[in-house]
Write a protein that binds this ligand. Structure first.
Ligand code: SF4
Length: 357
């Protein structure tokens, strides 16, 4: 591994940043609330996708008190489409904690920020450096990648000790005089220059980059194979009667917790699902296929789903499954739904018109 002192890494990075930085709204403020909000939105989300959500959420909740006072349905509706809904739930919880227990003020040091539930090392370092000028390095996937390549670090980044090792190195590199700019620069460099498919030809670090010089770019960072993706099967039944739809809110420790969906059966495959819920069989004479089986990919799971539309005559009496409710389409429109269902609605003209009343 190359010695840190051998190269003015930080200086080169900051000079590069001055010429390449994108003008983003959260970079124009040192308000810890806005910085925190942007960091949570951008976790596992590209800037282009996160930007409209940042505008929507910061406009709806300009202060931590506004966010703390929001009801969950409104927040989920605004978050809809961004995925990873646990982020929205934790955002809400942390906002309430800061509003109620810290008089709406974020602590101003990394060591106090990290004590707050819902704020991890990356977010604490981002707030501490961007809002309060503390020399706390941010360490995320981008930083792992740049440091592993540039310094030739062979540690498996999925190993428990990796964060400690990379953070220690980043602490040596971050300049006390301009920590915020260094953190912004390394993040931007990871997204624009030293990306998974890096642009080495125009890179200012090329002459001294270990991975480039040793032809090891595709081998660094080292990342052991992650677990195989779980495959799940969801059969949806959009059951409508007299302008109302049968829906439920997903609960428990699972994907889409708190979001709303139509009647759904999860099983080992999409065959014979009706046997699991005998009340459905008599309903099927009113059913038409809405969607043939298709795959929806999440970060660690693949969902194979199909959908039926069942329009029941007014007088039809059916057994109500537990935890389901009839609601008007206008009410359903206001509730947060998984992207899979939003796509089902948008892609299907019959269903779209039915829901629009
Ligand atoms: S030369 Fe290539 S691999 Fe090395 S730091 Fe630059 S972009 Fe990354």
């Amino acid at each position: 591994m190359k010695k840190v002192q051998q190269h003015p890494f930080a200086e080169i990075l900051i000079t590069w940043y001055k010429g390449h930085a994108r003008d983003l709204p959260w970079r124009r403020t040192n308000d810890p609330y806005i910085i925190w909000l942007s960091e949570i939105i951008l976790q596992q989300t590209r800037i282009a996708q996160g930007l409209p959500y940042f505008y929507k959420l910061s406009e709806a909740f300009p202060t931590v008190f506004d966010l703390a006072a929001a009801d969950e349905t409104t927040l989920f509706r605004l978050w809809q489409g961004l995925g990873y809904y646990s982020r929205a739930r934790n955002l809400h919880k942390t906002a309430k904690n800061i509003a109620e227990n810290h008089a709406g003020k974020f602590p101003n040091t990394y060591s106090d920020l990290i004590k707050l539930p819902g704020i991890g090392p990356y977010t604490a370092a981002a707030i501490a450096s961007f809002a309060f000028g503390e020399a706390s390095p941010v360490v995320d996937g981008n930083v792992f990648r740049i440091l592993a390549r540039y310094f030739g670090i062979e540690t498996d980044i999925l190993h428990a000790s990796a964060r400690k090792e990379f953070t220690a190195l980043a602490k040596e590199l971050i300049p006390a005089a301009d920590p915020a700019r260094f953190n912004q620069a390394i993040m931007e460099f990871g997204s624009l220059q030293c990306s998974p498919a890096p642009d080495c030809a125009t890179c200012p670090l090329l002459a001294t980059c270990f991975a480039y010089q040793q032809d090891r770019i595709s081998l660094l960072p080292v990342k052991s194979k992650s677990k195989p993706q779980r495959i799940r099967h969801f059969q949806y039944f959009v059951i409508e009667q007299d302008g109302k739809f049968l829906v439920h809110q997903r609960r428990g420790k699972d994907i889409w917790q708190g979001l709303w969906e139509f009647f759904c059966i999860e099983s080992v495959d999409l065959n014979n699902t009706l046997n699991l819920y005998p009340f459905l069989s008599p309903l099927m004479e009113h059913a038409t296929i809405l969607k043939a089986p298709a795959i929806h990919v999440l970060s660690h799971q693949k969902i194979v789903s199909a959908a039926w539309l069942i329009q029941l005559p007014k007088e039809f009496r059916m057994e109500m499954p537990a935890d389901y409710h009839w609601i008007l389409s206008s009410k359903f429109e206001q509730l947060g739904k998984p992207v899979l269902l939003l796509n089902l609605i948008t892609d299907n003209i019959v269903l779209k018109e039915l829901l629009e009343g």
